[in-house]
Design a binder for this molecule. Structure first.
Ligand code: AMP
Length: 283
């Protein structure tokens, strides 16, 4: 497995690998959710490239950039074992040298929810992923449905810029109790960890209510809210259009339930698709 730190090296080695190339961008602190993306890429592509970069631009001031979990040696061992051919792990100085001035904005999709809660977050995500795509030039970009708004926004960017890249969004990997895997779950104390699966129970109860013919969005949201266990507190819980992230005021399908619950300073982000009449559980 090659491990490189500059865009020039990444591009040179990526071009030398047998294609098609699958690419999995990450911030490291890898877990089974990340590894599921690597496995999917391995199954569908000839070579798999991963990146590890804790992107300072996607953390708002006062967020957890400094204390974000980092485990580079363990990550490299996991990626080697999972069969990645190349890992691109740039430094912030390489990624954003002095004088860097370019801004990437995808309008609309990122305005509400995570975009509203984390000013500048999606501009930082779009910029770094665009730079990574230019360095790696993959055929397929693999993203997790766990970060649904990010995945839909990046898919929009790839299409809008005519990049010759397919975007594949992979199902959320969960703990047996339903909690979506996240590098930030290590922040939870015992009490918060015990309550954390109530978020997924809320999403599941909302989907069941819709499938059972609930009358309106407010009734569905009330079903979800009632499932949340203290000390978790809902920051937002809504139904949205899965393609645009516009808030839904009717129970039209397909739809996506999006939610953040707070556990102290930690934000637990999750979502659940409500399939349309033609089925399908994916974005
Ligand atoms: P991150 O390291 O948090 O930036 O995540 C890197 C990629 O892994 C993103 O595309 C995430 O959506 C995806 N991912 C993170 N957690 C999960 C999960 N529990 N299941 C599936 N994909 C995930």
């Amino acid at each position: 497995m090659h491990v490189v730190h500059t865009p020039g090296e990444a591009r040179a080695i990526a071009r030398s690998l047998p294609g098609p190339l699958g690419f999995v961008p990450t911030m490291g602190a890898l877990h089974r959710g990340h590894l599921a993306l690597i496995e999917r890429a391995r199954a569908e592509c000839t070579s798999v490239v991963a990146s590890i970069f804790v992107n300072p631009l996607q953390f708002a001031p006062g967020e957890d950039y400094e204390r974000y979990p980092r485990s580079p040696e363990r990550d490299l061992a996991l990626l080697a074992e999972a069969g990645a051919a190349l890992v691109y792990a740039p430094t912030p100085q390489e990624m954003y040298p002095p004088g860097f001035a370019t801004h990437v904005e995808v309008r609309g999709i990122g305005d509400a929810y995570e975009g509203a809660a984390r000013p500048g977050h999606f501009a930082g995500v779009a910029l770094v992923v665009l730079k990574l795509l230019h360095a790696i030039e993959p055929a397929v970009l693999y993203l997790g449905q766990k970060d649904a708004q990010q995945a839909v926004l990046l898919r929009r960017m790839v299409r809008d810029l005519d990049l010759p890249i397919e975007t594949t969004i992979c199902a959320t990997v969960r703990e047996p109790d339903g909690l979506a895997l996240s590098s930030r779950n290590v922040y939870l104390n015992d009490e918060q960890r015990r309550a954390a699966p109530s978020l997924y129970r809320a999403l599941s109860a909302m989907r069941a209510a819709i499938e059972a013919g609930a009358s309106d969005v407010e009734a569905v949201k009330a079903v979800g809210s009632a499932c949340i266990e203290p000390p978790l507190e809902i920051e937002y819980l809504d139904l949205v259009d899965p393609a645009t992230f516009a808030r839904r005021s009717t129970l039209e399908r397909p739809a996506l339930i999006v939610a953040v619950a707070r556990a102290g300073r930690t934000r637990l982000l999750d979502n659940l698709p409500i399939p349309g009449a033609d089925g399908g559980d994916q974005l």
